[in-house]
Design a protein. Structure first.
Length: 291
């Protein structure tokens, strides 16, 4: 469904203030069944370790090298997974338009980035620790302030294929230092003051600034198939997003046959990503976290 200028402005206001906003109906009812089918297919391959680009229980951030249970499937648009419905949705008009509005940019400058799947584990419940995606918990207040002052140039989202209450966040924490109590909870992995559970119904999408304090908790008894990804919109030549994005191994995006198979809207986005990859050639890509 197309969104009005007023709706987009209201979403952006909440996103700017709270650090997240829930948007309904970005997964059309007509596409939900096919996305669920494809999500189940790639999950089955990941759990059988026929697809090795996965997130392993016991490790929150890349690299994932060991484990016997899976909480995420990486790189859904990889040509070896052969599920074109993911590319169709990642390039859909409504998703791109809302993302552009929240970033305050034109869709024409957006950059292809990550597209993954979050799933329930099978062996035991699993919870991440409270975190900001690209700022370590033991960072000093001075370094934290410097990191938060860096222009973000991106938007991250979770889109639920089934009802999902796994994500919690602290509203407004994307734009300020942690309080003493938040820092203590962050370092000690205890209950976070002000933490709010974000409850999504199937078809809803939460957009969030990944500098927000947030956590994911996984119940093995509850089926989770939640699309998880991001776009960027950095100025030409800017590489501030490189570490957060390229740590996830996007080498497949240089495949020209794969690029040609994409919806036309996505091809310039991929070219911008590969331009950033070229700028980083020969440079070490560090990992955002040690978790």
């Amino acid at each position: 469904m197309p969104y009005t200028t007023e709706q987009l402005a209201a979403y952006r206001k909440q996103f700017t203030t709270d650090g997240y906003v829930v948007v309904p109906e970005l997964i059309p009812a007509a596409d939900l069944a096919e996305l669920r089918r494809a999500a189940d297919a790639v999950t089955d391959r990941a759990r059988a370790f026929e697809w090795r680009q996965v997130r392993m229980v016991g490790k929150q951030f890349p690299p994932w090298t060991e484990g016997d249970d899976v909480w995420g499937v990486q790189n859904l648009m990889h040509p070896e997974l052969a599920e074109p419905v993911f590319a169709k949705w990642y390039g859909s008009d409504d998703l791109v338009d809302v993302s552009a509005a929240l970033m305050g940019v034109s869709p024409e400058v957006m950059q292809f980035e990550l597209f993954n799947l979050l799933v329930n584990p099978l062996r035991k419940d699993y919870a991440l620790t409270w975190h900001r995606d690209d700022v370590k918990a033991n960072t000093s207040p001075e370094a934290e302030a410097a990191a938060l002052a860096v222009k973000h140039y991106g938007i991250q989202w979770n889109a639920a294929l089934y009802d999902d209450d796994c994500l919690s966040a602290v509203p407004g924490s994307h734009a300020r230092l942690r309080t003493a109590a938040e820092r203590e909870a962050n370092l000690g992995n205890t209950d976070m003051p002000g933490g709010h559970t974000i409850r999504l119904r199937a078809g809803e999408t939460v957009f969030y600034n990944n500098n927000i304090l947030h956590v994911g908790k996984y119940n093995l008894q509850v089926k989770r198939r939640t699309l998880h990804g991001c776009y960027g919109a950095p100025p030409e030549g800017d590489t501030t997003r490189a570490r957060n994005i390229l740590q996830h191994d996007l080498g497949y995006t240089s495949d020209e046959t794969w690029r040609a198979s994409l919806p036309s809207k996505l091809r310039p986005m991929v070219d911008r990503l590969n331009g950033m990859r070229a700028l980083m050639a020969g440079k070490e890509i560090e990992y955002s976290q040690d978790l």
